[in-house]
Design a protein around this ligand. Sequence first.
Ligand SMILES: Cc1cc2nc3c(=O)[nH]c(=O)nc-3n(C[C@H](O)[C@H](O)[C@H](O)COP(=O)(O)OP(=O)(O)OC[C@H]3O[C@@H](n4cnc5c(N)ncnc54)[C@H](O)[C@@H]3O)c2cc1C
Ligand code: SF4
Ligand code: SF4
Length: 633
Amino acid sequence: PLETSRPGIYVAGAFSSPKEIAETVIDASGAVAESLKLLSGTRGSLSRERLIPPERDISGEPVRLGVFVCRCGTVVADVVDTAAVTQFAARLPDVVHSQEVEFACLPEGIEEIKGAIRAHGLNRVVVAACTPRTHQALFRRVLQEEGLNPYLLEFVSIREHGAWVHADDPAGATRQAKEMVRVGAARARLLQPVHKERRPVKHQTVVLGGGIAGMTAALTLADWGYDVYLVEREAQLGGNVRHIYFTAEGPDPQRFLKTLIRDVECHENIAVLKNSELVGFEGRVGDFRSTVRTRHPDGTTTTRVIEHGVLIVATGAQEYRGPVYLFGQDPRVITQMDLERRIATALEEIAALNEVVMIQCVQPPNAAMEYCSRTCCTNTMKNALRIKEINPDCKITVLYKDLITYGFREEFYTEARRRGVLFVRYEEGQRPTVQVVDGRLQVRSRDPILGTTLVWEPDLLALSMASVPDESNARLARLLGVPLSREGFFMEDHLKLRPVDFSIDGIFLCGSAHYPKFIEEAISHAKAAAGRAMTILTKDEREVGGVVAVVDQTKCVGCLTCVRTCPFHIPRIQPNAVGVGGILGAAYIEPANCTGCGTCTSECPADAIQLTTFHDRQVVIEDAAVLGQWCPG
Ligand SMILES: Cc1cc2nc3c(=O)[nH]c(=O)nc-3n(C[C@H](O)[C@H](O)[C@H](O)COP(=O)(O)OP(=O)(O)OC[C@H]3O[C@@H](n4cnc5c(N)ncnc54)[C@H](O)[C@@H]3O)c2cc1C
Ligand code: SF4
Ligand code: SF4
């Protein structure tokens, strides 16, 4: 779906069809993964190693603080009086240099900052500018290139938190900028170097789920030369697409699936583990250990432990097949997937039909959440159009609540109407009913436009059942320590901006395990997941640490508060570690896993946990008026 007719040119986002942000981000990551395939031979050939001088030991130095106030052209300077803020900063304790910069992030600005660090022997730096979200990494690098530890930077956001939100109050915004710089400078005086650990990265990947998404992700990584373990619970690869015989757009999914399965099963870098499931999981990004249990035909099971650097969840979704509208009780009531199989394999039966009714949005009874299963409406158009092709006289009525044929698929709805398929709306509180009367299947539905109840006696009733998450999701999510959505699908780290990542580094998500998706969407998502995995697999080592929680075990009372409150289940009690008063058992937080959210830090009753660069004394800052206090302007 990301390729164009011209090799080497890929397409992403709304350029190909109307898309929302998450799909666009997924496409973009997938397109990068596709292009990397072409570039694999030359990867890294144009990259240069960054020369970083040895880090200066500042332990014996008095604090020498530099403050740089960015005008951001006119964006900040039109609102905030940056000259006044710079003069104000010059009078703050330990500030030996303060300077206005036109654009701190452009090469000239960076050179000015570097020059000042050298000229004034600075050992702490405050940058008052836009937002750390986008620019902190850049300025940390600037410090590194001048021989300073990157964590000796304090970022103050006078644009996003000041100029932009107080554009109509320049005097107030200037006053606020001074206060933020004052507190930033006070914090910067307490900054200490932070050193990260380097750990080796294992270059193997585990992919859970051998549907179209899992196989695509596995093949993409394997083609790049990485070893992949593809873990499939069933005896066959293929997932749902094994039951899809044609698509609305035309291409034959079975041919595509057969080729994909062959490529996966024959690939020297892919080990396919069928009848297998994940039963144990531990470790951290770059260094996971998965225990996989395999069932054998003779009823025995074996387990194996796989060491790997990343994991991709591609466990898909399924068509609901529970007891609604007489499904499972009357053979004339079938699902859209059943209907598709009959269209593909029993032409004569379809040719003999007089009347078919289809009901959309069929949810499991007592479903906790109702949601759109995305593919069903298009699937209904697809099946209705095929029946009309085979048997133009067959009467087809679609009972719907909402009809959503995403993007350009609207054309199939238009075509279905043109071919005489009838669409009758029902309202949420008045769903259709189905019963057998004198041996005949009877469907009744109230038409809100006509204000009357209509009755059909079809030969077949096809239900557009919801796509439901896999039953194993809850157990799997607990094992991996990743969240599920309220609907029971796997939940990405950020709805719009990180639709492939989990909040735990090194675990990625693709396909219908995320939410129901069309085949091409599942493929793009899988390529995106492979691309994201590559950002880890291409490295031999990974830095861990930075802003993370650290337990002082000599203060720990082993109360388990951190173990219970950490949203990512990171803290563990080390049974042999000695805690307060010599008791055995103290908490440990693995720096490679900690996200630095700070929850445990504030909850620990023994005050035994500190967050690097946010130590209590760096938050409370005793020798500067901080919380709720304004200095004279
Ligand atoms: C009725 C219906 C009709 C559809 N029609 C169309 C269509 O016409 N066109 C279209 O584009 N799309 C269609 N789709 C959507 C299409 O099926 C999906 O896009 C596709 O199946 C998604 O692939 P996947 O790999 O994400 O998930 P799946 O196909 O669901 O594959 C997931 C795989 O993971 C395995 N698995 C699950 N749990 C575990 C576990 N814990 N450990 C190991 N393995 C596990 C499963 O056995 C399965 O093999 C339809 C879907 C449905 C339900
Ligand atoms: S909350 Fe504090 S005292 Fe309790 S186990 Fe964790 S680190 Fe130890
Ligand atoms: S800082 Fe957050 S992620 Fe890290 S251990 Fe504490 S609660 Fe967990």
